[in-house]
Design a protein around this ligand. Structure first.
Ligand SMILES: NC(=O)c1ccc[n+]([C@@H]2O[C@H](COP(=O)([O-])OP(=O)(O)OC[C@H]3O[C@@H](n4cnc5c(N)ncnc54)[C@H](OP(=O)(O)O)[C@@H]3O)[C@@H](O)[C@H]2O)c1
Length: 316
């Protein structure tokens, strides 16, 4: 059943503010290379001044330090929504481990509440499905946490669309957080439209393809502590196809007198009225580009041109 558009619009304006953009905080504690703590704090303070109201973090990001930063700068400020996650951590060898056992979810939530300095987690997202734990058990555990007042709403990340309905029978899934950029597969198993038809809002992560399309630095020029230096797509960002796509985005941007990042955010929003992009600004100057998108309506023909070029590329 389709949810009326005014219901989604109301939900989005309450949660995501006037820009309908959230702030992804992952790189503010160093995942994409060192960042001074004062700069990270400036990004968060300035974002709140500019009426950004949704901030995304996770225990995985720098082993809890990211949540601590959010707790320190944002804490329990009224009118701000914080999303965090459970179910994914790094072992001593840097390998990602999935764990959504009920006791682990409960322990993760208690630790997040402490670090975030909040009494309740606004949006709690399962970071990745856990093949060893039944989805119903995960949803039931989150529902218990909602009943106990520790969590307000439930979301899924890195998910397929077919898990939403069965899990919602135990605990209503209101958010999906999946990757969405011009490089994403348009025939993906979990499009904004598919989840929007179920009344679920879509937090689009990495809308600039992790910076691949917003700058020209090669992987080899990246600092050793920038996680992206290891990513295949970053080894040769000047490969002709990516370059063509970036040039097309820049052409559209100059036609409107805005930045390429504003065009990519407008593109993401054009995928559905339930989409909230969550880019990862690393400097307060980045925030100005993000608000350029607020009233930007790009013509369908220009979106189609971007789509056509992107469809000839491999996913980054
Ligand atoms: N649920 C999940 O599994 C998952 C996975 C990944 C991310 N996320 C969430 O999504 C958020 C965003 O992800 P992301 O940071 O990887 O992706 P992104 O927003 O696509 O890329 C961020 C990069 O784009 C560049 N950039 C950001 N704002 C810019 C601006 N206004 N102008 C020019 N360049 C700009 C910066 O690159 P330079 O550093 O090169 O300048 C920045 O590091 C994360 O913070 C996290 O909250 C969730």
């Amino acid at each position: 059943m389709s949810v009326p558009s005014h219901a989604i619009a109301h939900l989005l304006s309450t949660v995501a503010g006037s820009h309908r953009i959230g702030i992804g905080c992952m790189a503010l504690t160093g995942l994409y290379g060192r960042i001074a703590e004062s700069d990270a704090r400036d990004v968060l303070d300035r974002a709140m001044d500019l009426d950004f109201r949704l901030f995304d973090t996770a225990p995985l990001y720098t082993d809890g330090q990211n949540e601590e930063l959010i707790g320190d700068v944002i804490g329990s400020k009224a009118g701000i929504t914080v999303s965090t996650k459970f179910g994914l951590s790094e072992d001593n060898c840097g390998k990602l481990v999935r764990d959504s056992r009920p006791s682990s979810i409960r322990a993760s939530v208690e630790a997040s509440l402490r670090r975030l300095r909040r009494e309740r987690i606004d949006i709690l997202i399962q970071h990745r499905p856990d093949p060893d734990v039944n989805d119903q058990e995960v949803a039931g555990t989150v529902q218990d946490l909602i009943d106990a007042g520790k969590v307000a709403s439930f979301g899924l990340s890195g998910t397929s669309v077919n898990r939403i309905k069965p899990m919602s029978e135990r605990c209503s899934v209101t958010v999906v957080q999946n990757e969405l950029s011009v490089l994403s597969d348009p025939n993906s198993w979990c499009t904004p439209q598919k989840v929007g038809d179920m009344g679920v809002f879509f937090m689009a992560y990495a809308p600039f393809a992790r910076g691949l399309l917003s700058q020209k630095k090669a992987g080899t020029n990246r600092a050793a502590d920038d996680y992206r230096a290891q990513m295949k797509a970053f080894q040769n960002p000047e490969q002709s196809a990516h370059k063509r796509l970036r040039e097309c985005i820049e052409d559209v941007a100059s036609a409107y007198g805005v930045s390429a990042t504003a065009v990519m955010l407008a593109w993401a929003k054009s995928r559905g009225e339930n989409v909230v992009p969550i880019p990862g600004p690393r400097h307060k100057s980045h925030l100005a580009n993000l608000i350029e998108t607020t009233n930007l309506e790009i013509q369908d023909a220009q979106i189609l041109t971007i789509d056509e070029i992107a469809s000839n590329l491999q996913v980054g």
